[in-house]
Write a protein that binds this ligand. Structure first.
Ligand SMILES: Cc1cc2nc3c(=O)[nH]c(=O)nc-3n(C[C@H](O)[C@H](O)[C@H](O)COP(=O)(O)O)c2cc1C
Length: 172
């Protein structure tokens, strides 16, 4: 049986949910990442930045925009040094300005993806998959990019069935 690793970034604090700012005690992507892990018995690796992004939603969008502008690579609390032993790597994150947070790229650039299957998973407030598959093609050289999954962030808690179906169909 193939083995799956879910690498994810998810932020707690204020976020935009169905047109309103709400404070989330658990991030949307974390909820989805855990559903994937439960569905196919995958391992989880959480990307965490040394310097946290602002709790305040608007400030955080500004920080993220600036990071994208300078193509930043924020420092991570811990880095995964190898994905040896895994066949499938799911890269899950929130859509930030149309792609993953730069912290995800900090981690992806350290790994050898040759021969792996990678799958984009994105939670969002309207942008769907946005640039997630394109980003994985760029940052996971040598990997095959499989069918991804977009989850509306506000529906993350209720997405278990859809996530499980996608995971069982694709992470074989
Ligand atoms: C900095 C920032 C930028 C965002 N940019 C977008 C965007 O471009 N498109 C979109 O649909 N949602 C955007 N969102 C909403 C998030 O993608 C959405 O709330 C996501 O589910 C948050 O996941 P998390 O709780 O795991 O961090 C943005 C949120 C933040 C904080």
């Amino acid at each position: 049986m193939s083995k799956t690793l879910v690498i994810y970034y998810s932020r707690t604090g204020e976020n935009y949910v169905n047109g309103r700012i709400q404070s989330l005690s658990k991030g949307n992507t974390e909820i989805v990442a855990e559903y994937i892990a439960e569905a196919v018995d995958a391992d989880l690796f959480q990307i965490e930045t040394v310097k946290p992004y602002a709790e305040d939603y608007t400030r955080c969008t500004e920080e993220a925009q600036e990071e994208l502008r300078v193509n930043a690579r924020p420092e991570l609390k811990q880095m995964l040094s190898s994905i040896e032993g895994y066949d499938n790597i799911v890269v899950a994150g929130p859509c930030w300005w149309g792609t993953y947070p730069c912290a995800v790229f900090t981690q992806l650039e350290q790994l050898d993806f040759v021969g792996k299957h990678v799958f984009p998973v994105m939670t969002h407030e309207g942008s769907g998959m946005a640039g997630s598959a394109r980003a994985l093609k760029k940052y996971c050289p040598g990997a095959e990019v499989g069918t991804g999954l977009a989850v509306h962030g506000a529906d993350a808690k209720n997405s278990r069935h859809a996530v499980e179906t996608w995971a069982k169909d694709n992470l074989k």
